[in-house]
Structure formats: C-alpha cells, structure tokens
Design a protein around this ligand. Structure first.
Ligand SMILES: [Zn+2]
Length: 140
C-alpha cells in the first residue's frame, strides 16, 4: 500500500519531504532547504547502523514479499485464460511452478537491489565527514 507523507522541519516548519512513504537503506536524515537544520528521517538507515536482528528481518521481509509478488505470475496466466486471451489452461502443478518461478525472479531482483543499496551505503559510511554528521545526530 502506498501512502502519501509530508515531513516538516521541526525548527521552521518548512516541508522537507512530500511524497510516497518509503523505507529502506539510505541517508537517515534530511537537510532543511530553508534553515539547513539536519532532521532525522527514521524511514531510512544505513546498513551498518542496522542491528543484526534488523538485517535478518529485513532479508526475511524481502523473501516474504517476493512470495506475494511472485503470485502475480500464475494469476496473470489464469486471468489470460479466463479472459480468452490465451488457450493455455494452468494446471494445479503448473500454478505452483509459475508461483515458484515468479517468486524466484522477484527475489533475485530484490537481492540485487539490496546488494546495490548496501554498496552505496558502505561508500557513504567510508566518508569521515558523513560519519561525524551521524555522530552529531546521535545515530552512530
Ligand atoms: Zn527548517
């Protein structure tokens, strides 16, 4: 479910974010465009800042989500048959195979995204200035 969120600067009430509610691995603060206050954004965190349990659960949520999204593949095939767009009738076993394939493809994509996010997170964390900022904000 996609939700619209508006985040405001606690110092001057300037809108610092207006968009979809996202979570993930990214810079865990935003800089107010008006007063330059650094505002902690709990929707994001660096990979290094995640606790071990959070890393594991992040992975499991990803796998779990893949199973749900993977369900779309057999549903598309069944829908196409029901709508007369395809003459291929999906059997019970085939539905399971399509689900597995769909989930696998989504998981592969998610893992490659995760790898990319961890890599850019690590390169941000290598910058001593950036680490200092995180320390100032009490995040490190
Ligand atoms: Zn501000």
């Amino acid at each position: 479910m996609v939700m619209q969120v508006i985040k405001k600067c606690p110092n001057c009430n300037n809108v610092i974010y207006d968009g979809h509610d996202q979570v993930g691995i990214d810079i865990p603060f935003k800089i107010c465009g008006r007063c330059k206050t650094k505002v902690i954004d709990k929707s994001f965190t660096e990979w290094e800042l995640k606790k071990y349990v959070q890393k594991i659960s992040y992975f499991f949520v990803m796998v779990w989500t893949s199973f749900f999204i993977g369900l779309l593949l057999p549903i598309i095939f069944i829908g196409a048959y029901e709508e007369g767009l395809s003459s291929y009738k999906v059997s019970g076993e085939m539905m399971f195979v399509l689900w597995a394939v769909g989930s696998f493809l989504v998981a592969l994509k998610s893992i490659s995204n995760l790898k990319r996010d961890i890599k850019s997170s690590k390169s941000r964390m290598e910058d001593p200035k950036y680490r200092n900022t995180l320390k100032e904000l009490g995040l490190l």
